[in-house]
Every structure is written in structure tokens, then in C-alpha cells.
Design a protein around this ligand. Sequence first.
Ligand code: BTN
Length: 340
Amino acid sequence: MSPLLGKDGKLAITDEKLQLLNTLLSRQGEFVSGQEIAEKMGLSRPSVWKDIQYFKALNYRIEARSKVGYRLIGVPDILHPLQYFPFLNTRRYGRTCYYHRVIDSTNREARRLIERGVPDGTIVIAEYQSKGMGRWGRKWFSPFGKNIILSLILYPSLEATSASLLPFLTGVKLAQALEEETGVHPSMLWPNDVLFARRKIAGILVESAFRQSDLEHVIIGVGVNVNSSLVDFPGGLQERVTTLREILGRPTSRQKLLAVFLEKMENGVRAMEEGKASDTLEQWRFYADFLGDPVRILLGDSREVRGTARDVLPDGRLLLHTDSGDLPVDASEVISLSLK
Ligand code: BTN
């Protein structure tokens, strides 16, 4: 059995489904008889038919001709594990996946799954969220089926102090994956927006739960604008976001980008657990080209502070140089940060 899970938590992708898909893929465009598939896989023909319906529901284009067989005509561009699995080099991250075409929010679904008990490294993927959550209570919009919408569930052995660096680690790993896969060099805006040419290309929402000073679980929500175009976004967002497609003028493999990011995260979190990730902030600074620039910060109590972003402190706070001296700012107190 493959360890992939379906959205109801039951095993949805069995080895037989993978085998069936591989058979159709290896002879794409040709008819393969139901009899041949059934014999090869030791299944009844009705079970083959049922598996075919499973793929059709995922928008695989399969022609069924009576007395001839099945022919795969088209493979959808979906972030289903069937499609990113071939690129995945992790031990745990992404090996258990809850895939949804539409969901309220993958972070919310992750919370529900944690209640039910799912393994470390489980991911929730969606093609669309009806209530995508951004940081500071904002909404996250991502058009259907073009971007990456992901939540990664972790139970890391980290103390609260190192846990505060997880958002920075995520930003670094995301930036590295983007750079490696596309050549696009993004920049980081504190605390963890990923920008290109001052427009947002990815957002990170980390939700942690603690028991005393120990981390109980973490949900790392990541949204990346990959193959959408600006016109796919509502009017108010079009001036503030960008996408890989807009930058490169061509599509990027979401599946490969996801797999590379998960691999980097797995290695990064392990290094952090082993106390070997002391360079996380140094790596983050490499992408943080706003350091040294004037910024405006709106705080939760409606105060606005202006100053120069000097550095990020070892605990993740931003050190702001204001007219009245240096002011460390905690991300949890901030509603928004803008570059002047
Ligand atoms: C931000 O920049 O405000 C953070 C955006 C985070 C969006 C992602 S998309 C996947 C996950 N599910 C959510 O509801 N939000 C995060």
C-alpha cells in the first residue's frame, strides 16, 4: 500500500491505482484493454473501471471504448500526490497528503486533522480556498488550480525560542526553492513576506501550539503565486502581487517546486532540531534587502511607528531605528509593515 491518504483520511491511492496510471502513462495515446489491465494487476474488470472513474474525477482525460479499452489522452495539472510524488525526495514531508480541489482553508483543515491525529510531515493541499487566511487577520486569495496552496503539519522537537525562528526558516527555504527552480531571486520582507520587485509572490502563515515551553504542533501555511496571471486576481490586489508566470513569461512546474520546497524544509527543520541551524537568520538576511531602508509599521493598538529597519534580532524581532532611539518590534504586535 502506498502511504498516500485521501481527503476522508482513508487510503485513497493504492499501489494498484499507481500501477494503473503508470500503465496508461507508459502507453499514452494508445488503447489498453480492460482485460489486459485486469490480468496484469490481478483485479476484476469492474475494479479497473472503478479506478478509471477515480482518475476521471481528478480530470485525467481517459477515453473508454467498449470492447477496445482505455486510452489516456490528457493529464491534468494538479497538485495531487500522484503528480508531485515522482519529484519527492523526502522521508516524511509530503508523504501523507490530504488533497482537496476546494476547501475553506488548508490551515484550518490542518487544525482539524491534528485533532484526529496525523503523522509529522503531513500536508494539506488545495487547488482553491474559499476562506484562505493571511497574516494579521487578512484574507489570502489564490485563483483555482494555478498556484501552490499548502499547509505542512509538524511536531518538531524544538523549544519555544527556536520555534520563533520557524517562519524565517520557511521563508529562506521557500526563497531557495524558488531561486533554484526558476532562477528568480526573491526578497524577504519582515517578518516573512516573499516579494519580487516589491510585489508579493508568496505568503507564509505559521500557527504554533505550545504545552508549557514545548512546542506541541506547528502548521506552516504557504501560498505561492506560480502560474496565475495578474488578471486572475481581484482589482485591489493586482497592483500588489506578482506571480512566477508574470516574471518568467512561461509556466513553472508546481509539482517540482512543491517537492523541492518540502525537501529543503525537511532538511532545515532537522538541522534546527539538531541545533545546527544557527545560520537561519544569516541566510534570511541574504534575502532581506529592505534592511537599512525606511519603513512604516502599523501596530495592533493603532499606533504607527516610522524608522529605519536596522536588523532582525536573534529572537526574530525587528530592530527599528526611530527618532527616539532603537525600538525592537515583535511581529505579533504588528498589523502591517510598508516600505516608504
Ligand atoms: C500572508 O502573507 O498573509 C500569509 C498568507 C498565507 C496563505 C497560506 S495559503 C495556504 C495556507 N492556508 C491558509 O488559509 N493560509 C495559508
